[in-house]
Design a protein around this ligand. Sequence first.
Ligand SMILES: NC(=O)c1ccc[n+]([C@@H]2O[C@H](COP(=O)([O-])OP(=O)(O)OC[C@H]3O[C@@H](n4cnc5c(N)ncnc54)[C@H](OP(=O)(O)O)[C@@H]3O)[C@@H](O)[C@H]2O)c1
Length: 309
Amino acid sequence: MEKKKILILGRLGMLGQELFRVFAADDGYAVTAWDKNDVDITDFVVLEGKITTLAPDIVINAAAYNAVDACEKDDTEFERALILNRDVPGFLAGLSVKRGFLLVHYSTDYVFDGALEKNKAETGCCGGGCCGGGSAQVGYNEEALPNPLSRYGESKYAGERAVQEQSKRYYLIRLSKLFGKPGKSPQAKQSFFSVMLGQTETKAEVQAVDDEKSCFTYAPDLAVATKELIESESDFGTYHLTNEGTVTWYEAVEELYWLAGKTTKVVAVGSETFPRPARRPACSVLLNTKRPKLRPYTAALKEFLAAIK
Ligand SMILES: NC(=O)c1ccc[n+]([C@@H]2O[C@H](COP(=O)([O-])OP(=O)(O)OC[C@H]3O[C@@H](n4cnc5c(N)ncnc54)[C@H](OP(=O)(O)O)[C@@H]3O)[C@@H](O)[C@H]2O)c1
């Protein structure tokens, strides 16, 4: 059988490295993966030339601008965010029609305003999908209307619209709070769990925000779920793929320290304790109403801790 040609962009990122590992392990795929060293994906002339030569069946775009606070306070950074998060997916969407490939692109819970619990208290409906939207749970289903609070959220929402408007064959996957092994690029950031584990080396007590609620996403699980989505040949459109379990940052650190056997004390604080330039949604739970549920984040966290030992 002829192998499916797949191209992964953002190969050295937290998610990109896992996508590469998962697809490369399957003989049914011929995998090409690029990061900045291979091509600057904002150079559309070069990018189009390279993609045209490769002629992939599938392109997965795991490259993005993720500096939420930097782009909120700095106009030049916001320009960079718009280029990477809006213009690149828009360009790939157009090219997907011209060259006939399936496009997979990722977005975020930060496209939503997070007013779910407030809405529920005021009107009895969270406004995200609790009323007949596939789940009785408070949360955003795949069709809920975005309303970003930050410039980062705006840039990702603009990317979503560009993909939806221009591509015919696409999977747009929203996730939240990615964790896993840090990416391999020089700029790679550690995930929240790695940072909080690091703090136990020097602190007897840490503070963690207890008034922002959402779900975590383990990069290896998302990579597998992405492959399964592609192979399921499900309808094109928007999907929510996160691990199960709604938690605040505080609750997640409590779980992390318990699983890792750390005795560091965790103090719950309000988000005003850590003022940041960009506003975050208070409750941005993504409901997965279309695909098999991913395992609970606690099980994924156990595996992550074993993997980094
Ligand atoms: N991380 C999260 O918590 C989170 C939450 C929600 C949604 N998401 C979404 O999930 C997806 C994957 O995120 P991630 O955290 O895995 O991203 P990441 O670790 O930042 O990886 C992105 C990769 O793309 C590369 N890249 C950046 N600009 C490029 C360019 N011009 N040309 C070529 N490559 C370039 C980056 O290189 P450099 O590092 O050198 O810039 C990096 O290796 C993104 O769409 C992101 O928005 C992430």
